[in-house]
Design a protein around this ligand. Structure first.
Ligand code: UDP
Length: 399
């Protein structure tokens, strides 16, 4: 592998595959494709000065390993995905636990039986818990939207409490909209646990790459057939002509895998696809520990959504501690903050589909990932999609 710091040496003719974006999509696709076709020559074009996409991590000025684009905790139930990444990293055993700060009182998120007791007192909580079990079953999970529809008045009270204290203000900050105004799948990511489970994720495989995400990406990309071009903007090298993606004005005969925002490729001519961004504020403190959980969500106060304290996730032994406050922002294509989350709703999906239809006309052109597919993918979903695409494209590939 070579990693180039700019595009000076990029010669499209030298490659069979060009992947746009060196995050999970482009990197995992490239490596999985080479598993099947070790002779293929692959270029990855990355606009940023580093690999790893939003999973990129680095040591800050105080030697604390931070997640530059917000906390990333790997979790999956897919053995195939876990096994694939495990070729490139060992894991720190880590189960993420989150607390909500409700006007100074800390309760588990997802909200669970412990939260019920904190909110209603032990006796009433026991009664309410029995009602939850009767309606939804013990050791189950229920989305807030579903709980709100309970016909039981006492459970409606529970639902309203959780809605008001966990979801409403946080969601307003995060999306600028109320929970009922956004796609239900978004708040359903954080259901209410009818149990005492206080883990944020319940997947069989959970952890953090032992030496960090960036190291893991370095190893994924460490293959003699892969060249990565950093600080290289695909839009300065590619154009669309006669339903073919051209590089340097010549139709590219190979395969293109695209994991950047799809509207950019078409000059946003149908309108800009909305994304949500986050402004990251890191603070280093000399004290050993700042808070009692790796992430504390501020669900009733503050302008930021949550504070993450990295050493509580990584277990790093280091002097002092670094925390991150996340401030959600509207994504502005001309601004300095990158897009983070697609905003799922019918209108946006329609706009995306319109771009997607245009993309489908391009030969041997595939979209992938959170930005490319405009889907609220977790890391494992992204890897799975990349592995599946590599095997699908690989099946018919001839050099
Ligand atoms: N959410 C909330 N309160 C919380 C945690 C989550 O209202 O304490 C809602 C919010 O709308 C958020 C969504 O649930 O955007 C999904 O949360 P998740 O933690 O999965 O978001 P991510 O970590 O992907 O930003």
């Amino acid at each position: 592998m070579s990693i180039y710091l700019d595009d000076k040496n990029f010669n499209p003719d030298a490659y069979d595959v060009i992947a746009i974006g060196a995050g999970y999509s482009g990197s995992c696709f490239a490596r999985a494709f080479l598993d099947e076709h070790p002779d293929a020559r692959i270029a990855i074009l990355e606009r940023r000065p580093h690999i790893g996409g939003n999973a990129f991590d680095e040591y800050d000025a105080h030697g604390v390993l931070i997640h530059t684009y917000g906390p990333h905790i790997f979790h999956t139930h897919m053995k195939e995905v876990y096994d694939f990444l495990s070729r490139f990293t060992e894991w720190i055993d880590y189960e993420h636990r989150v607390l909500a700060n409700i006007h100074g009182k800390l309760v588990p998120v997802p909200f669970n039986r412990t939260g019920l007791e904190a909110a209603f007192g032990k006796d009433e909580a026991d009664e309410l818990y029995q009602l939850l079990v009767e309606e939804f079953g013990d050791e189950t999970k229920v989305a807030i939207a579903k709980l709100m529809q309970s016909p039981n008045e006492k459970l409606q009270k529970v639902a309203n409490y959780i809605y008001e204290h966990i979801f409403l203000y946080y969601t307003m900050k995060m999306w600028g909209k109320k929970p009922e105004e956004i796609d239900g799948a978004v708040t359903a990511r954080v259901p209410i646990y009818i149990s005492r489970d206080d883990r944020y994720f319940q997947d069989a495989y959970q952890g953090l790459p032992r030496e960090g995400y960036t190291k893991m990406f370095e190893r994924i990309l460490d293959h003699e057939q892969i060249d990565v071009f950093l600080q290289t903007d695909v839009l300065e090298h590619a154009s669309i002509k006669d339903e073919r993606l051209c590089f340097h004005d010549k139709p590219f005969k190979g395969i293109v895998v695209y994991s950047a925002p799809l509207d950019e490729l078409f000059d946003r001519k149908l309108g800009a696809l909305p994304y949500r961004s986050i402004e990251m504020h890191f603070e280093y403190m000399k004290q050993d520990q700042f808070q009692s959980a790796a992430t504390v969500n501020y669900t009733t106060t503050e302008d930021f959504t949550r504070i993450t304290e990295f050493k509580l996730m990584t277990g790093q032994e280091v002097l002092g501690t670094t925390i991150l406050k996340e401030y959600p922002r509207a994504y502005n294509p001309l601004g300095s903050i990158d897009p983070y989350y697609p905003i799922q709703n019918e209108d946006n999906q329609k706009l995306y589909e319109a771009y997607r239809n245009q993309a489908e006309k391009l030969q041997d052109f595939y979209v992938l990932g959170r930005l490319g597919e405009y889907r609220y993918y977790d890391m494992d979903d992204t890897v799975k999609a990349a592995l599946d695409l590599a095997s699908r494209v690989g099946r018919t590939y001839t050099k």
